[in-house]
Design a protein around this ligand. Structure first.
Ligand SMILES: [Zn+2]
Length: 186
């Protein structure tokens, strides 16, 4: 995995990017939950399911089809007042899909472990991105207070946090510029 901080950071950044207006608390809490959700699959180690198995760590629960199902489920269950298949409904479903999928993408940029089964259950091959600048994060809290933890955080700040913050600043400037533009009078 990438570190939990970075998964959560991406959920918050994506939330800001897709929705500049004020959103309810459940939007943010569910976004953070979806960003971390795929790693609940580490529980499969306890059931002796091998890492490379379809339901093993970084298997189906890190895939794009799983993220798609999560997106549809979260918007249907947590936002019942939003009209189904309306523009706003798809925006919310897209957000929760993107946050869940971002987890696997970040993991696919890490230097260790097996790859991600992006297309499971249709294809259970494991994939990494061709560019893997992130140091893989230790599973569990204790490994974090070490040289390894430090290398994880610095690689994520450099390659994920700084570019994402720069993108958000540019997006905010662009939006405020659009808002300030005088209306076109025919
Ligand atoms: Zn993961």
């Amino acid at each position: 995995m990438a570190s939990a901080f970075t998964h959560v950071f991406i959920a918050a950044a994506l939330g800001k990017a897709v929705s500049p207006e004020k959103m309810p608390l459940r939007f943010w809490t569910l976004g953070l939950f979806c960003a971390l959700l795929p790693d609940l699959d580490v529980i499969t180690f306890r059931f002796d399911i091998p890492y490379r198995h379809m339901f093993g760590h970084r298997g189906f629960f890190h895939s794009l089809p799983f993220a798609f199902i999560v997106g549809l489920l979260v918007v249907s269950l947590a936002f019942p007042a939003v009209q189904r298949f309306s523009r706003r409904w798809w925006m919310l479903a897209g957000y929760f899909f993107a946050v869940t999928a971002s987890h696997g993408l970040l993991d696919a940029m890490t230097s260790g472990g097996y790859g991600i089964a992006f297309f499971s259950p249709f294809d259970n091959s494991r994939y990494f991105l061709p560019w893997r600048p992130l140091v893989v994060s230790p599973i569990g809290v204790y490994g974090f207070f070490s040289r390894w933890g430090w290398n994880v955080i610095t690689s994520e700040i450099l390659w994920i946090w700084i570019p994402t913050l720069m993108f958000l600043v540019m997006l905010t400037l662009f939006r405020s510029k659009l808002r300030r533009r005088p209306p076109i009078v025919p």
